[in-house]
Design a protein around this ligand. Sequence first.
Ligand code: FES
Length: 329
Amino acid sequence: MNDNSTLQMRVVQANELNPLIREFRLCAADGAPLPGFTAGSHVRVRVRLADGSLDWRHYSLVNFSPAPDATAKPAEYVIAVRKEEPGRGGSQFMHMRLVEGDLLTIEAPTNQFPVGAHSGTAVMVAGGIGVTPLTAMAARRRADDLPVRMVYAGRSRELMAYLSELQALLGSDLTAHADDEIGKPVDVAALLDACGPMDELYVCGPGSMLHAVQQEAESRGWPRERVHFEVFAPALHVAGDSVIEVVLSQSGKTLSVPADKTILQCLIDAGCDPLFDCQRGECGVCVVPVIEGAIDHRDHVLSQTEKDGGKLIQVCVSRAKGARLVLDL
Ligand code: FES
């Protein structure tokens, strides 16, 4: 380990799992033991973007071994990366430029998506590449001899990475939902109908999938603590987005937020010191009171009641429905 948090790794294997997903097996460059990790952990990986600048991307650690100590002293870290087109360049680097033998700087694993040891079933809902953290979480539940089942959705079986490994791990506790076979999205209502009162949901996939599960759970009065989630591939900007004016009432500043930047990024660029963490609308840290303007909520933390109230915004992902917002900053 180079300092408190970064690790110098070597790519020992790069495998094309399917036309969209590439898997990397990473070992310490100096052969030293790697820090252990808990199920649901991710590592931040330093990538070089097309313009030559360096940035970080986070990728979940994959594990299928139900051995109790499988991730305590791992010999390697396994990550899988989906090619995003168009993307901001991180996945292009991982797909087009990184080859076996290359060195890669990463940060030690951290976990913002842990799986509980509750006695009710851990009901996992995976969408596409969102399956990666859930592999290790399902293996953990198996290791602890606790109930787990998973619905894994993807466009087609060919594009669903790790399907055979999950079938081996979960057997009949895995339901594969290939859109091209079934012709419609996962029936979220039926999924929740089948849950017992002690079951907890773990969702990882596109924002639309998470939104559907959260809406259904909220409409049934499920406490939010029973729905755990991580979002993959958040939409930084949506077709139709345009520039918005953001007025900071306390400081008197006015920011112009272009379509391809978030309010949070513009606050940072303007020298403000906003609180933030996930930058994916998941953690709630970046919440800011709104004084005026209609909010286009794109986060996954505010309740529907809070969203309807129109007084709070998660500035890392949400925008304005109109041309202007006034924030209490
Ligand atoms: S930084 Fe986590 S919700 Fe905005």
